[in-house]
Each structure stands twice: as structure tokens, then as C-alpha cells.
Design a protein around this ligand. Structure first.
Ligand code: S3P
Length: 432
């Protein structure tokens, strides 16, 4: 079986570079992701006076933190490029650093179209001063640090970015914070806060998932942690092996297996995938990790319920690719959040699938797709969305398909070296 080592988890790297910047002293991240999104957050932190650089030892990132209220006024605008996580989490941090004034925050064309109100509105409610510079609800905007007050925010969406922006705001401001969400979203911030000595309580309350941080500490100690590989990146190669795109199966090593991220595993097993997992929890950050072995198998269509969506929110482009090769129909509903990702992932997937001959129907909150064995060919566009580019990379890697992908470079946002790894794995000798 071919073995692949998966690049570091994007969500965990993003949170740890920010936490390292807020700690007092020198932290070290092993296995951090050096992809486009994390680099944008690192650049923004550098611009705020935090020293972050790779150590001479490959794969380590050294961060010299400035303390919870220690960021300096940036010399340039903070440009988060394509990174929604970086921009939204940092809005929480900046809102509570009282001495920072009129910080201009922006992003690339895609990020400037994504909703920021979901973070800005609750931050304003707790006292933040944030002004939109152009369109209401969108970047660019200007933020000035304030004295924030304790809060209980009931989020209408299950969004880890909203929850995390508010937890970071509470941490920096030294305030109690309580957030409820309709369904639990990924819990990396909660786990990382806990491992940094910040007590977090979580429980189900009146059908909502509630997270409470009662008394954040006045200072954070630096840390040394080892980051697992990103499950969302591993998912593409799980898909390739399942669809028979490699001669034998694939073994994926050191993959993050946080249960709030691995919803696709449950769904793939239900569809008939042949996947074996060995899981362990080690290290101070209490993030499960393990080895995933995948053999080719025939898949059947399935139905994704709204409750299943948050734990597999980033895996829909790949799931739709799997569904196009499954026997029968796959139905996805309650997934309207997909319209607010790096692209409108419902609209873009539907258009691209039709362009290569797949039968697919679009709904406001999902889609229905009819699987087949027919060869697929034509041209698709990534719309600058890394996961769309990689999902079609997997479909094109199957021997019978001929798909030209416009905008392949987008993959570097979360998986540097994706195309090289894919060429070294696939049965097909060259990609189109
Ligand atoms: C992320 C949360 C998710 C996910 C994104 C990364 C995070 O977004 O889609 O890729 O690191 O917190 P939402 O919180 O908007 O669902």
C-alpha cells in the first residue's frame, strides 16, 4: 500500500499561531501547516509585532508572543488574502486589544465577498468598535480595540469561526464568555484553550450546544506542541483510494481525528467504503490522531441530514465527487452554509458537475446527484477555491475521466504539494 504523510491541520495551525502571539515568550509548533491561509495569518501577526519564523529544523515554527494586550499598531493594512478563519478570529483578538486604533482589515476578492456580519454583529454587541469601509457586512473594515464586556451570545449558525472569534475576544479582554450554537461545530479552540490552562465548560442545553469560559487567565505561558495532519486534506486521498484511483490501497499517517471533524468517515462507511482506522490521543493538545487505511470499494448513494453537516462542512466538494461515482442518488440538504465558503460550493459544484456530464439538481440548501459509471470529461473552474480544485483533481485522476481544471493553483491554500502527491499516487500516467 502507498503511504502518504498529510500536511498539518489548517484550523489548528491558525489557532496556535494566534495563541502563540498572545502568550508571553517563545512557543514552538511542530507539524504546522505552511500553506497560503496560515501564511496570511502569520504575516498579519508579524505586522502586529509578533515575531514568527520557521526554525532551521524543517517543519517547526517559532513564535515570540507579545502577551494578551501586547500587539503593536501595524505598519501596513492587515490583508488576510483567502483566509476566512484568519480574518474572523483576528477580528475577535483585535477588538479586545484596547490600545489598537483604526486597524484596516481586508482580504482577496473572494474573502471580500464572504459574510463578516456574523462575527462583527456579536462583537459590536459586546462593545467592539468595527466599521465597514465599503459594503455593509463585508471586508474591508476598520477595527479599534475597546474594553469589552462579558456576554452570552446565541449564534444562529453552527460556525467554529464565530464561536472562536468570540472566545478569543473574551480571552484578550479578560472577560467571561458564553456562546450557544445550534449544533456543535469543530471544537479546536476549546481544546487548545484547555491545553493552555483556560478552563472551558461545554454542555447540551435546551437543544443548543453551549460553551462557557468563566474566568480567563491574565497571562498565557508559551508552549511546545505537535500538530496532526489535516483530516480535510486526508479526505481527498481517502476518496482517491476508495474510487480505485491507485493500484493498491493508501495508508494515511498522522491524521487528525477530532470527532467534530470526521463526519465524512461515518458517511463514507455508510456508503460502503473500506476504511480501517487506528486512533490514539497523545500530546498536550488532546487532539486525536491516527492512521487511516483505505482500499477500493463500490459506493452507494446516501442521504446527508442537516445534523451531519457541521462535522463534515469542508468535505462536501469531495463527497459530491464520491456521489458522482456511487450507485444511486445522493441527497444533501440543510447545507446552506456551503454557499458562504471560499466559493458558493453548491452553485460551483453543480455548474462544474453539469459541465462534465453529471446529472445533478440544485436546491437552496443542498443538491441531489445521480451517480454513474460513465466516463466524465470537460472543463471545470475552481473559482479560486482550493477544495473545489482538489476534488476535481481526484475525479480527473480516475483512469476513465478527462477533466481540465482551471485554477489548480488554489490547492496551495491548504495543501502545498497536493498535485505532486496526486501524480505520484494515481494510476493514470499524466494529468490533463
Ligand atoms: C474553520 C471553520 C469552518 C470551516 C473552515 C475552517 C475554522 O468555517 O469551513 O474551513 O478553522 O474555524 P465556519 O466556522 O464558517 O463553518
Amino acid at each position: 500500500m502507498k503511504r502518504i504523510s498529510i500536511p498539518g491541520d489548517k484550523s489548528i495551525t491558525q489557532r496556535l499561531v494566534i495563541l502563540g502571539g498572545l502568550a508571553e515568550g517563545k512557543s514552538c509548533l511542530k507539524g504546522a501547516l505552511f500553506g497560503g491561509d496560515c501564511s496570511s495569518t502569520v504575516d498579519a501577526l508579524n505586522n502586529l509585532g509578533v515575531r514568527i519564523k520557521p526554525s532551521s529544523d524543517h517543519g517547526e515554527l517559532i513564535i515570540v508572543g507579545m502577551g494578551l494586550q501586547g500587539f503593536q499598531s501595524p505598519k501596513r493594512n492587515l490583508d488576510f488574502h483567502n483566509s476566512g478563519t484568519g480574518a474572523r478570529l483576528m477580528l475577535g483578538v483585535l477588538s479586545g486589544q484596547k490600545h489598537l486604533k483604526d486597524i484596516f482589515v481586508t482580504g482577496d476578492q473572494s474573502l471580500r465577498q464572504r459574510p463578516m456580519g456574523r462575527v462583527v454583529e456579536p462583537l459590536r454587541e459586546v462593545g467592539a468598535k468595527i466599521e465597514y469601509m465599503e459594503d455593509v457586512g463585508r471586508l474591508p473594515l476598520s477595527v479599534s480595540g475597546q474594553s469589552l464586556h462579558p456576554f452570552h451570545y446565541q449564534s444562529p449558525v453552527a460556525s467554529a469561526q464565530v464561536k472562536s472569534a468570540l472566545l478569543f475576544a473574551g480571552l484578550v479582554a479578560g472577560n467571561a464568555a458564553k456562546i450557544s450554537e445550534p449544533i456543535q461545530s469543530r471544537d479546536h479552540t476549546e481544546r487548545l484553550f484547555e491545553s493552555a490552562g483556560i478552563r472551558i465548560r461545554e454542555r447540551n442545553n435546551e437543544n443548543k450546544w453551549q460553551i462557557s469560559m468563566d474566568s480567563p487567565p491574565s497571562k498565557l505561558d508559551p508552549f511546545e506542541v505537535d500538530i496532526p495532519g489535516d483530516f480535510s486534506s486526508a479526505a481527498f486521498f481517502m476518496g482517491l483510494a476508495t474510487l480505485g484511483g491507485v493500484n493498491e490501497g493508501i495508508v494515511l499517517e498522522n491524521v487528525g481525528l477530532n470527532p467534530t471533524r470526521t463526519g465524512l468517515l461515518t458517511v463514507m462507511l455508510r456508503m460502503g467504503a473500506n476504511i480501517q482506522i487506528s486512533k490514539s490521543i497523545s500530546g498536550i493538545i488532546k487532539e486525536a490522531r491516527g492512521v487511516i487505511e483505505i482500499l477500493p470499494s463500490e459506493l452507494s448513494g446516501t442521504e446527508i441530514t442537516p445534523e451531519e453537516v457541521p462535522a463534515m462542512i469542508d468535505e462536501f466538494p469531495l463527497l459530491i465527487v464520491l456521489a458522482s461515482r456511487a450507485v444511486g442518488v445522493t441527497k444533501i440538504r440543510g447545507a446552506q452554509e456551503l454557499r458562504f465558503k471560499e466559493s458558493d460550493r453548491i452553485g460551483v459544484m453543480v455548474k462544474n458537475m453539469r459541465a462534465i456530464g453529471v446529472e445533478i439538481e440544485e436546491f437552496e440548501d443542498g443538491l441531489e446527484i445521480v451517480g454513474s459509471e460513465s466516463p466524465l470529461s470537460g472543463k471545470v473552474r475552481s473559482h479560486g477555491d482550493h477544495r473545489i480544485a482538489m476534488a476535481f483533481g481526484i475525479l480527473n485522476a480516475l483512469p476513465q475521466n478527462q477533466i481540465a481544471i482551471e485554477g489548480m493553483d488554489a490547492a496551495g491554500v491548504s495543501f502545498p504539494g497536493f498535485w505532486e502527491t496526486l501524480s505520484s499516487m494515481q494510476k493514470k500516467s499524466s494529468r490533463s
